[in-house]
Structures are given as structure tokens and as C-alpha cells.
Design a protein around this ligand. Structure first.
Ligand SMILES: Cc1cc2nc3c(=O)[nH]c(=O)nc-3n(C[C@H](O)[C@H](O)[C@H](O)COP(=O)(O)OP(=O)(O)OC[C@H]3O[C@@H](n4cnc5c(N)ncnc54)[C@H](O)[C@@H]3O)c2cc1C
Ligand code: SF4
Length: 557
């Protein structure tokens, strides 16, 4: 069956903050210059916002530039930060760090506590009202490339076929994917986007660039008892339950309507294969300084998502013929601030400006070189430059690294950046950091109490995750022997612990009469966090987009 073809000026893959901001900016420029520009946004979630998981405390810098009257238009930024606390935890104590000791750039005053998913829903409405075509429930599964042009040019993307059974046969409802062809294609897939990874390999966009670094962020949304609710309070912590060799920390944000977002980020360069980021998060909630907030409350939702941590040293080349990487598909998160959405929005806007200028010159399928130039001149670059040594400095451990990073940020904040001119490098990718299980201490995690702490399956249940079961697995093993022969034998099967959704289980292999063991992949539970694609020690897990509309359905994350 031939594929239907649709033509646009610009196709945007991913309806997150980056993609939607790019779409809005394109249409704003078209209106201001009285030109017709056709723009389409593809989103793999069942609706815009369904796959968005963030903290989130947002720096309003980008939205102020994109839609200056956002307040009058009812943007869901309702809770300004009123109190900003940072704590260091030990197993039974909490030490508050006075705000005056923290670098000013870490301050959250002037920011808003929001649901990023709801901001995206609102941005999509703004985009549609400007004439952007937003298609949710459609995953871009294939890059359309013209290999005959010099070095190849991206011509658009194709959505995945729908209605293919597990065995590869066509079901009654089979529909071939659609080709969306564009003069320029912007990839806004967020952290570890699957097509973005392909583009980086195809166009050598990472040549000479440090490896990207990642964390896994696990989050819950709670409705707390009225007397526990302090709207506007932002709380971050470092320390327990992680040991000092493992990077990470918590966030706890009080939004409106008695809602509290609580989450935990574990840096994915951890070494101990016995570590379970999910269980570290569950333990964190039981700390004496934390548990009180949730006692008497109700957990409403759960989810997980990888976050870029590499910063400036890990930003790849942003452009190739026919398109660009924007937002976290490239990786513009400011790690010490745990903020990336303002930079995602701004880079989307910059790429849109570059694409619009090219369209005005009747260009197509060439390189939008003005976008990386504009990035270099923008406040996104400054934002990342000031904190560039914080993450790599963590090689000196949590405390040594924090002192080095703190000093760095202070001097940059005071305009004395010349005193710290060095740029530390990221030595190796996160999948190379695990040590053999036999060399590392086992970790005994407490049992879940069903009140503050929960097992993975009941967590996945409240993420509203759903995949059509009779479809080929979107978690493909490059070599099916590696999970048992390498991962289980050497690392005690770390995928059982780093996957926050219980997708990977080692079970008795019935075919060998229970003697052997095999890896069972419960792909229908996958919350699309991408951790397996990042952390598998042999890079044996290949994450491809499942049928559009599958995955989590986050309400207010
Ligand atoms: C736990 C956690 C806490 C965070 N806290 C904060 C915070 O407090 N403040 C802050 O500013 N930032 C925070 N961030 C970072 C912030 O969420 C990201 O920087 C931001 O979401 C990046 O926006 P994006 O549009 O680039 O990507 P995303 O928000 O990831 O959006 C990408 C979209 O593209 C879709 N998509 C992906 N691939 C495809 C495909 N092939 N086809 C169709 N659709 C596709 C996805 O479903 C998704 O909707 C946090 C991140 C995490 C994980
Ligand atoms: S299978 Fe991979 S992407 Fe899916 S939830 Fe587990 S670790 Fe995340």
C-alpha cells in the first residue's frame, strides 16, 4: 500500500516546550511578514502533554519573549515561588543551607511552579489558534533522507505503520504510515530522542563533542492534607539516601490546589549495579524531614523520564542539511538549576527564526547555519556556560564536586568568570560506568508500605500507561544473548532495577524446562523514560517508537 504524502514548509517532531515554541514562533513571524508558512507538529503521546514529565519550576524568560501577554491569555503559571530551601540530608537529620551561601543563579525567586504538561497543552492551543496543525497520537518513526544530495538531506519524516501484529503480519486495521515532507524538519523529541540519535550518527553531529550525560528523574504527584500545603514552596535536597559516590538529589514543589510534585534524580553514571533509582526515590519519601508532607495525603500520579546532564560540552552540532535539533533532543538542561524548559523553548524559537529567514529566501533542505550562530549569542549559551564545570566536577565526589561547582558558579555570578577559565570534560558515556556486581555492595531496600512507598506495578498503574499489546516490541535487543550472558552474569541484571516500570524481568526459561533463565520484556508497561537505551552496559537495547498514542497518559506532570 503506498504511503500518503503531505507537504509542509516546516515539520516539527515532538510537541513539548521546544517543538511548540518553534511552531508558534514560525507562525508569529509569518503573520508579521504577511507570508503563508505551513507548520505541522507530530506528537507520539495520545494528546499533547501526555508524555511530558518535568519538575517543574520554570524560569519565565522564554515565555516572556514568546508570548509577552501570557498572563492575560490564561497560561497555567499560577504559583510563583515564594520560599526556596535547600537541604543536605543524612539518614535521620536535615541541614538547611542558608540561601545566602548558594550562588544567586540557583535562586528560584521570580520563577513559577507549574505542570509542564499543562503548559504544553496551553502552548498547543496557542499554536493551533495561529494555524499550526498539531497531530497527537502520531509517532515519527522514520527519517526521510535524500541520499543523492551531497552528504544527504533530511526531507521530512514518516509516521509508523499502524496495525502490525507481534509476528509482523498485518491486522485488519493495518494502515501504512504517512510521509510528512518538509523544506525543513525540526527535531524536538526531548532527551534521548530516537530519531535524534539516528541523526547524530548519520550526520556525525557528535564528532569532537563530549558524550552526553544523563540522569533518571522519577516523579510523583500528590494531593496533600490542607494543613501540609504551602503553595510556592520549593525544596531541593542532596545526600541521603544516595551515598557520596552517587550523584543526584530530590525536588519537592508545592503547586496550587493542594498538589505537591515530588521527585528524585539519580545520575546515570552510577557504578553499583545493585542500585535501584526507583527504590532510592521510595526511600527518600520516608526521611523524617520529608514524610510528614505526605502523611494523610494521596498519591495521584507517577512517572519517569531521563534528563540531559552533559551541559555545554555535550551539545552536539545543531544543524544538518534539511533540519535541526532543538530543546532536549540536543540537550540544553542547566543541571544545577534543574531547568531545561526555558532553554528548550528559546532554542525552538531560534531555530524557527533561522528556518523562517531561509524560507523567505526560497531556500530548502540546506543547512540553517544561522541557528547555531544565534545560539552562541543567546542567553541560553550564557546560562550553560556559567555552570559548565559543575557536572564534570562531580568526579571528585558529591562534596568535593559541590564545593568546586559552587565556587565556579559564585565567581561566574559575580562577573569573575575569568578566574575560572577552564572547562572540564566528560570522560565517558554513562553506559560504561557500571562495575561488576561481585565487586559492589548489595543494597537492601525496605519493603513498600503502600502508604508512602509503593511497588512498581501499582506506580505504573497510576501513570495510566497503555500500549496496544499485539504489536512488535518497541524495545529491541540487538543481540538476544547479551541480557543473560553479560548483563545477568556480570552485573546481576541491572535492567531489573534501573527500569522504573518493571519492564525487564529475568524469568525461568520454560523452553529449557526451567533450567535456564531468559529476559522477559513487558513492553506494554514502558513509560518512555529512555533509561534502558542509555544505561544498558553493551548498548544492546534499541528503543524505537511504538504505535502512536501508546505510553503514559500523564494528567498534570
Ligand atoms: C524529572 C525532571 C525534572 C525536571 N525539572 C525541571 C524543572 O523544574 N524546570 C525546568 O525548566 N526543566 C525541568 N526539567 C527539564 C525539562 O523537562 C526539559 O528540559 C524539557 O521538557 C525539554 O523540552 P523538549 O520540548 O525539548 O522535550 P520534551 O519535554 O521531552 O518533549 C518532547 C516531546 O516529543 C515527543 N516525541 C518524542 N519523540 C517523538 C517522535 N519520534 N514522534 C513524535 N513525538 C515524539 C514526546 O512524547 C514529548 O511530548 C526536568 C526534567 C525531568 C526529567
Ligand atoms: S523500558 Fe526503558 S524506556 Fe521503558 S520505562 Fe523501562 S527503562 Fe524506561
Amino acid at each position: 500500500m503506498p504511503r500518503e504524502v503531505m507537504e509542509y514548509d516546516v515539520v516539527i517532531v515532538g510537541g513539548g516546550p521546544a517543538g511548540l515554541s518553534a511552531a508558534i514562533r514560525l507562525k508569529q513571524l509569518a503573520q508579521a511578514n504577511q507570508r503563508e508558512v505551513s507548520v505541522c507538529v507530530l506528537e507520539k503521546g495520545s494528546e499533547i502533554g501526555a508524555h511530558i514529565l518535568s519538575g517543574a519550576v520554570i524560569d519565565p524568560k522564554a515565555i516572556n519573549e514568546l508570548i509577552p501577554d501570557w498572563q492575560a491569555r490564561g497560561a497555567p503559571l499560577k504559583t510563583p515561588v515564594t520560599e526556596d530551601r535547600f537541604m543536605v540530608l543524612t539518614a535521620d537529620k536535615a541541614y538547611s543551607i542558608p540561601n545566602g551561601l548558594l550562588p544567586p543563579l540557583m535562586s528560584n525567586h521570580g520563577n513559577y511552579i507549574i505542570s509542564l504538561g499543562n503548559l504544553c497543552r496551553w502552548l498547543a492551543q496557542q499554536a493551533e489558534s495561529l494555524g499550526v496543525e498539531v497531530y497527537a497520537g502520531f509517532a515519527a518513526a522514520e527519517i526521510l533522507c535524500d541520499a543523492t544530495e551531497n552528504g544527504g538531506a533530511v526531507l521530512g519524516v514518516a509516521t509508523g505503520d499502524v496495525g502490525i501484529a507481534k509476528d509482523g503480519s498485518h491486522k485488519a486495521e493495518y494502515q501504512p504510515g504517512m510521509e510528512l515532507r518538509a523544506k525543513y524538519t525540526l527535531f524536538a523529541e526531548g532527551c534521548r530522542g530516537s530519531l535524534s540519535q539516528e541523526l547524530m550518527a548519520r550526520f556525525n553531529l557528535r564528532d569532537g563533542i563530549d558524550p552526553q550525560k544523563y540522569g533518571i528523574g522519577i516523579k510523583e504527584l500528590w494531593q496533600v492534607a490542607p494543613e501540609k500545603h504551602r503553595p510556592g514552596l520549593v525544596l531541593h535536597s542532596q545526600g541521603w539516601p544516595l551515598d557520596s559516590a552517587t550523584g543526584g538529589g530530590s525536588f519537592l514543589y508545592h503547586l496550587e490546589d493542594q498538589l505537591v510534585a515530588v521527585g528524585f534524580v539519580v545520575h546515570l553514571n552510577y557504578e553499583n549495579p545493585h542500585l535501584s533509582p526507583y527504590d532510592e526515590f521510595q526511600r527518600f519519601k520516608t526521611h523524617p524531614a520529608i514524610r510528614g508532607t505526605f502523611e494523610g495525603g494521596k498519591r495521584l500520579s507517577y512517572g519517569a523520564r531521563a534528563i540531559n546532564e552533559g551541559g555545554l560540552q555535550s551539545v552536539p552540532q545543531l544543524v544538518f542539511r534539511g533540519g535541526a535539533l532543538i530543546g532536549c533532543a540536543a540537550g540544553f538542561v542547566n543541571l544545577p538549576r534543574i531547568k531545561g524548559s526555558h532553554n528548550a523553548m528559546k532554542t525552538g524559537m531560534l531555530a524557527a527564526e533561522a528556518a523562517f529567514a531561509a524560507l523567505r529566501e526560497n531556500r530548502q533542505h540546506d543547512t540553517l547555519s544561522s541557528y547555531p550562530e544565534m545560539f552562541r549569542q543567546s542567553w541560553v549559551y550564557d546560562d550553560l556556560y556559567k555552570v559548565r564545570n559543575v557536572k564534570p566536577g562531580l568526579k571528585w565526589g558529591l562534596w568535593g564536586g559541590s564545593v568546586h561547582g559552587g565556587l565556579h558558579m559564585w565567581l561566574n555570578d559575580l562577573g569573575l568568570g575569568v578566574l575560572v577559565p577552564w572547562t572540564l570534560r566528560h570522560a565517558k558515556p554513562d553506559h560504561e560506568s557500571l562495575k561488576p556486581a561481585a565487586e559492589m555492595p548489595k543494597i537492601d531496600y525496605p519493603k513498600y508500605d503502600g502508604v508512602l512507598t509503593f511497588d512498581k506495578l501499582s506506580s505504573v498503574f497510576v501513570s495510566n500507561t497503555n500500549h496496544e499489546e499485539n504489536q512488535p516490541s518497541h524495545l529491541q535487543l540487538r543481540d538476544p544473548t547479551i541480557p543473560v550472558a553479560v548483563n545477568l552474569a556480570l552485573y546481576d541484571g541491572p535492567e531489573q532495577r534501573y527500569c522504573p516500570a518493571g519492564v525487564y524481568e529475568f524469568v525461568a526459561d520454560e523452553a529449557s524446562k526451567g533450567v535456564g533463565t531468559r529476559l522477559q520484556i513487558n513492553a506494554q508497561n514502558c513509560v518512555h523514560c529512555k533509561t534502558c537505551d542509555i544505561k544498558d552496559p553493551r548498548q544492546n537495547i534499541h528503543w524505537v517508537t511504538p504505535e502512536g498514542g501508546g505510553g503514559p497518559n500523564y494528567p498534570n506532570m
